[in-house]
Design a binder for this molecule. Structure first.
Ligand code: ADP
Ligand code: MG
Ligand code: ZN
Length: 492
């Protein structure tokens, strides 16, 4: 058996309105080359200007990853030629990354395997993205909309050991940056991209000869690509063949990695501090804006929600997958409590969680509404709380509750109004129930007569039969407790 080392480099697009070093719009999906200016290409006479929002968002990530933020930070030029980087250099950070020596705790289950691990973060640094090349037949097209967009690169130490751990790391890092509101985490659109480095070695021998798999655009491909490489390295080592340091690409159609190029070393890039950009000092006032913007992070929030509301780990995990979902859940439970419903906090939470994780998720899925958009959903936390409260207080039964939920979504109105207007409320007026029972007793006279003399099981079967008939006669709206009471009284 070999020891495996995996280190990931993840690039995230920061959700700043403008690019990192000029005023161009930073957006996905615009008309090609709509968002470009001379500054994007570093034309003579232009000067870059640092986007402070990018620095602030980068520092939020650094903080969330428990990194040390340096006293001074600056930008370096990384020189290389490529058509998508028309300046012939990329603005990046080499000597003073925004964050260093951090860690992230990951916890979860991948393919039935429970994983709990602390992954050290080597560093995170700001840089600019390159343009996009589109190869069509004999021509290559260039779209520079993405050129200059702020990226944060997050680099781990080689602490991960399996493709599954790497997949979980990507998922949880994605969740984290979405919680922070600094990246949309959309891997298909390239807002979050991963490069995976992997090596194997005999136990105790330290790091092996590494191979990099580039541009993995789904967390599943990270897992598959890595597991493929781990197996390939194992076979090479077994056969005594050397492993070459190279960059490979995951081919999703063939389910294998293929060589792309030999890997360059850092000194090939001739980094030097960008003379056009000032050194930035993250002072106390700036760091306060960073700290003030920090939300409760997903892992601690998952644990708190499980403990505070008495949910199991799976429910809490599902609710905390999206910040918007967790916000919705907590708001709805607190509304139920504020309504004075006859429920304990954990009961209110259990019912809210059930609605949320079953009916509501299902309906939103059917309507094509993303979970992150639940904040604007017609069924607001207050409206859901209204339904939970009415059901808990015996004003409506379970079937009506579901009907009311659907009506709220269809009609965009408050559940209390709908229930009242449609006459869906539970009937608890004894006279009204007595009338319904009289009609049933007339129709089912034989059953009533038999029940009046029957005993034991036969009697209870007949009694339940009559209760059922009364409930049916009232469209399921009669209060079952009162119906039962009156049937029992009738049977004597
Ligand atoms: P580079 O600057 O060439 O990209 P880094 O030192 O920044 O190299 O490392 C990039 C990533 O590769 C990091 O996540 C690191 O943990 C990982 N890494 C470096 N060496 C190895 C190795 N021998 N095996 C596995 N991962 C490695
Ligand atoms: Mg690197
Ligand atoms: Zn520009």
């Amino acid at each position: 058996m070999y020891q495996t080392f995996i280190g990931l480099e993840v690039h995230i697009h920061l959700l700043t309105k403008t690019k990192g070093f000029c005023g161009c719009r930073s957006a996905f999906g615009d008309e090609p080359n709509a968002n470009v200016c001379p500054g994007c290409f570093a034309y003579p006479g232009t000067l870059p200007a640092v986007n402070i929002e990018a620095l602030r968002m980068g520092c939020m990530v650094a903080r969330a990853l428990n990194c040390t933020i340096p006293e001074k930070t600056w930008f370096d030029r990384k020189q290389y030629f490529y058509p998508d980087i028309s300046k012939n250099y990329q603005i990046s950070q080499m000597g003073s990354p925004l964050g260093r020596n951090g860690y992230i705790d990951i916890e979860g289950t991948i393919a039935g395997k429970e994983i709990k691990k602390r992954v050290r973060i080597k560093q995170c640094h700001l840089e600019e993205d390159a343009g996009k090349m589109i190869h069509t037949g004999t021509v290559s097209l260039l779209d520079y909309n993405r050129a200059g967009v702020s990226l944060l690169e997050i680099v781990t130490e080689p602490d991960l050991e399996t493709g599954e751990e790497a997949e979980l790391y990507i998922q949880q890092l994605r969740r984290l940056v979405r919680y922070l509101g600094v990246c949309d985490g959309n891997m298909e659109e390239g807002s979050l991209r991963a490069d995976a480095n992997v090596s194997i070695n005999l136990p105790g021998k330290g790091l092996g000869q590494r191979v990099e798999i580039k541009n993995l655009n789904s967390s599943r491909f990270v897992k598959l690509g890595l597991n493929y490489e781990i197996a390939r390295h194992g076979e090479m080592m077994d056969a005594g063949k050397p492993i070459v340091q190279e960059t490979r690409l995951w081919n999703e159609n063939r389910d294998e990695t293929l060589p792309m190029r030999k890997k360059e070393n850092a000194d090939d890039y001739r980094y030097f501090p960008d003379p056009d950009l000032p050194v930035f000092v993250p002072d106390a006032a700036f760091l306060k804006t960073v700290d003030d913007a920090m939300p409760e992070l997903p892992l601690p929030r998952t644990k708190r929600i499980a403990a505070e509301y008495g949910l199991n780990a799976e429910q809490a995990g599902l609710i905390c997958e999206e910040k918007a979902l967790a916000d919705y859940f907590e708001a709805a439970v607190s509304e139920v409590t504020a309504n004075g419903a006859k429920l304990s906090k954990t009961e209110a939470a259990a019912r809210t969680a059930n609605w949320l994780l079953q009916d509501i998720k299902h309906i939103m899925g059917k309507q094509g509404i993303a979970e992150s958009e639940i904040g604007g959903f017609r069924l607001s936390p207050r409206r859901l709380a209204g339904i939970v409260t009415m059901a808990a207080d015996g004003k409506i039964n379970g079937k009506i509750a579901r009907q009311a939920l659907e009506a709220v979504i269809a009609e965009d109105r408050d559940p209390e109004d709908i229930v009242k207007e449609k006459g869906w409320g539970l009937i608890s007026d004894p006279a009204q129930i007595a009338e319904a029972l009289r009609a049933v007793a007339q129709k089912e006279a034989a059953a009533v007569a038999e029940a009046q003399t029957a005993e034991g099981k036969r009697r209870s079967t007949l009694s339940a039969f009559l209760v059922g008939k009364v409930l049916a006669a009232t469209g399921g709206r009669a209060d079952p407790a009162i119906v039962k009471e009156q049937v029992e009284a009738l049977l004597g």
